[in-house]
Design a protein. Structure first.
Length: 91
């Protein structure tokens, strides 16, 4: 596992979260079309679980500190959060 994989997974997870919140959810509740939430939500869930596994792996391999791992985990719950942690993952 590399920091690059962690970084790209965090970015993809962040994008999927934004698509779910700002495109799929309005389509479900305003357009009465629940299918985008089903599929984008599933993709987002898979990416989130993968991100958590990669964070734990990076901490165990001493690639990132525990404190930053916790920050990255918390940032994944906040819209645009993973984009703010991207620069720190690269370093």
């Amino acid at each position: 596992m590399s920091k690059t994989l962690l970084r790209y997974t965090a970015l993809l997870e962040g994008i999927s979260w934004l698509v779910l919140l700002f495109i799929a959810m309005p389509m479900k509740y305003l357009g009465e079309n629940p299918l985008p939430v089903k599929y984008i939500g599933m993709a987002h869930g898979v990416l989130f679980v993968l991100l958590v596994f990669l964070i734990v792996d990076a901490i165990q391999k001493k690639m990132i500190e525990k404190k930053f791992g916790a920050t990255l985990f918390i940032a994944s719950f906040i819209p645009f959060g993973t984009f703010f942690t991207d620069k720190r993952i690269r370093n």
